[in-house]
Design a binder for this molecule. Structure first.
Ligand code: PLP
Length: 391
């Protein structure tokens, strides 16, 4: 019996993640040097793991409030106020979720009606397009170009606004390019959102991981008139190396938080209590550990970007996150051809840029949240591969 016609059209129409497809080729091969997976190579700092263990020892194994533990929401409120300069009420404007992934899905499902358009800058995180489609929205990518450092221009966004546009998704620092956005351009984007009555979903999961000491991360939620139309998404996966804890949160006006919570309470009920207890420890006492990891990522970024440029693969210096996005167009190969041949000939894995949307074609995403020795071996593989293809 074929079950194919039983699957929902919506699900049939979304592609599998290009990252997953590529990494199935790598699965089970321990000879591969991988710069592929977008997660820290560190384990979660010990004091945070200890908080999780202690919570289990105390027998804290129950459900929590749908919104998340009150103590955690209060911690989040203080943290967001301190880092982003926006104040959120912990009882009505903060929802603790299973990662930013769930928060993104909730935000799209809470807001979109069939046919509503969502603008987002591309190349981008792989989940935006499918999350929009699964909520019956229409994805409208705006291209972010290498010439602009993969930042996005307000005027390019404005050109795509129609009477059906409901949401703009922003992600700075950006996965996969590491791009950051200055306050001036962000203000122009905010003005467009206000003029066109748009809601902004801002995914700031990498906001702690910025490397230029002169650069100050600004959230669009903090700009005048924006808090009431913004959903700020953040989480613990990246800065605190807590990907497996699966914990994130949204900060949004009460009506939107309530709408997201309604979906969350039926689909997820609540985020795991053990992870929530660990997250309180992360927010209250985790800043030193984050700073140490940030310093290490910065050294690795400098190394990988310098070497890519030296070997003839032009690469912008990313302002944040932990990805380098070298330009491989000069080789004449597509990003899939390059990545497949690099894997086959040198056992080095990186993600083809087109996995992040058509605008990522011609580039590769290389995650430098990896051991320096491993990065150096991967770079040797790139060098040998380039010599090889030049013949
Ligand atoms: N948003 C961006 C931009 C990401 O890069 C990722 C993970 O790679 C996520 C969200 C998902 O984060 P979480 O682990 O909190 O679900």
């Amino acid at each position: 019996m074929s079950l194919s016609n039983k699957i929902s059209k919506q699900v049939k129409n979304i592609p599998r993640s290009g990252i997953r497809d590529f990494f199935e080729l790598v699965l089970g091969r321990d000879d591969v040097i991988s710069l592929g997976v977008g997660e820290p190579d560190y384990s979660t700092p010990w004091h945070i793991r200890e908080a999780a263990i202690y919570s289990l020892e105390k027998g804290e194994t129950s459900y929590t409030s749908n919104l998340g533990l009150e103590k955690l929401r209060e911690s989040i409120s203080r943290y967001v106020s301190h880092c982003f300069e926006v104040d959120y009420d912990s009882s009505s404007e903060i929802l603790v979720t299973v990662g930013v992934s769930e928060a993104l899905d909730l935000a799209c499902r809470a807001l979109l009606n069939p046919g509503d358009e969502v603008i987002y800058h591309e190349p981008c995180y792989v989940s935006y397009d499918p999350s929009i489609r699964l909520a019956y929205g229409v994805p409208v990518p705006v291209s972010a170009t290498v010439e602009d450092g993969f930042s996005v221009k307000a005027e390019e966004i404005e050109k795509l606004v129609t009477s059906n546009t409901k949401i703009l998704i922003l992600n700075f620092p950006t996965n996969p390019t590491g791009a950051v956005m200055g306050k001036e351009e962000l203000q122009k984007i905010a003005d467009i959102c206000i003029a066109n009555d748009l809601i902004v979903i801002t995914d700031e999961i990498y906001s702690e991981l910025v490397y230029d000491d002169e650069y100050n991360h600004v959230s669009i939620a903090s700009l005048c008139g924006m808090k009431g139309r913004t959903i700020l998404l953040h989480g613990f996966s990246k800065a605190y190396a807590m990907t497996g804890f699966r914990l994130g949160y949204s900060c949004a006006p009460p009506e939107i938080t309530e709408a997201m919570m309604k979906i969350h309470q039926y689909s997820m009920l609540c985020a795991p209590i053990t992870s929530q207890m660990a997250a309180i420890e992360a927010l209250e006492n985790g800043s030193k550990a984050v700073e140490k990891m940030r310093q290490d990522y910065k050294k690795r970024r400098d190394l990988i970007v310098r070497e890519f440029n030296e070997m003839g693969l032009p690469c912008n210096l990313p302002g944040g996150a932990f990805y380098a996005f070298p330009d491989i167009r000069g080789t004449g190969l597509t990003s899939k051809e390059f990545a497949s041949a690099l894997l086959e000939k040198q056992n080095v894995a990186a993600v083809p840029g087109d996995a992040f949307g058509a605008n990522g074609e011609g580039f590769l995403r290389c995650c430098y949240a990896a051991d320096v020795k491993l990065i150096k071996s991967a770079l040797d593989g790139f060098r040998k591969f380039l010599v090889d293809i030049k013949g």
